[in-house]
Write a protein that binds this ligand. Structure first.
Ligand code: CDP
Ligand code: MG
Length: 132
């Protein structure tokens, strides 16, 4: 069964959106097979976002993800990687459609509540990174 990595970012945890987001994932029919609420290290988050290392927003992004607890999850289901990306919505809160998690709750491009792996290869890499 396909698996993906989903993380409720620090703003999502702070704003009390864990229940809402887990509810959406479960109601869709996906299974949360691992979950961990903890404050990640700088090293872990820099590695997670390695593809953005040279981007101007990289430092701000890392500081935001390490500032408090995040909810890291392994989510399982048919075509879960692509479907979770659709349920999450565009990273830009102006473009995220209503009905998506970011469309309904996010108002900042950096602080956009949730992460989901963008491909099966990324999901494998990210699950290994966060859960071993
Ligand atoms: O998260 P997603 O895969 O949808 O977007 P990304 O392009 O891989 O960017 C990763 C994360 O970096 C975003 O979710 C934002 O939190 C942040 N970001 C930012 O702060 N400023 C940007 N111009 C682009 C992304
Ligand atoms: Mg991405």
């Amino acid at each position: 069964m396909e698996k993906t990595f989903v993380m409720i970012k620090t703003d999502g945890v702070e704003r009390g959106l864990i229940g809402e987001i887990i509810g959406r994932i479960e109601k869709k029919g996906f299974k949360i097979t691992k979950a961990k609420l903890f404050q990640p290290s700088r090293e872990l988050v820099e590695n997670h976002y390695i593809e953005h290392k040279e981007k101007p927003f990289f430092q701000e992004l890392v500081e935001y993800i390490i500032k408090g607890p995040v909810m890291a999850m392994e989510v399982e289901g048919e075509t879960v990687v692509e479907t979770m990306r659709i349920m999450i919505g565009d990273k830009d809160p102006k473009k995220a459609q209503p009905g998506t998690i970011r469309g309904d709750f996010a108002y900042s491009l950096t602080q956009n509540i949730i992460h989901g792996s963008d491909s099966i290869e990324s999901a494998e890499r990210e699950l290994k990174l966060w859960f071993s």
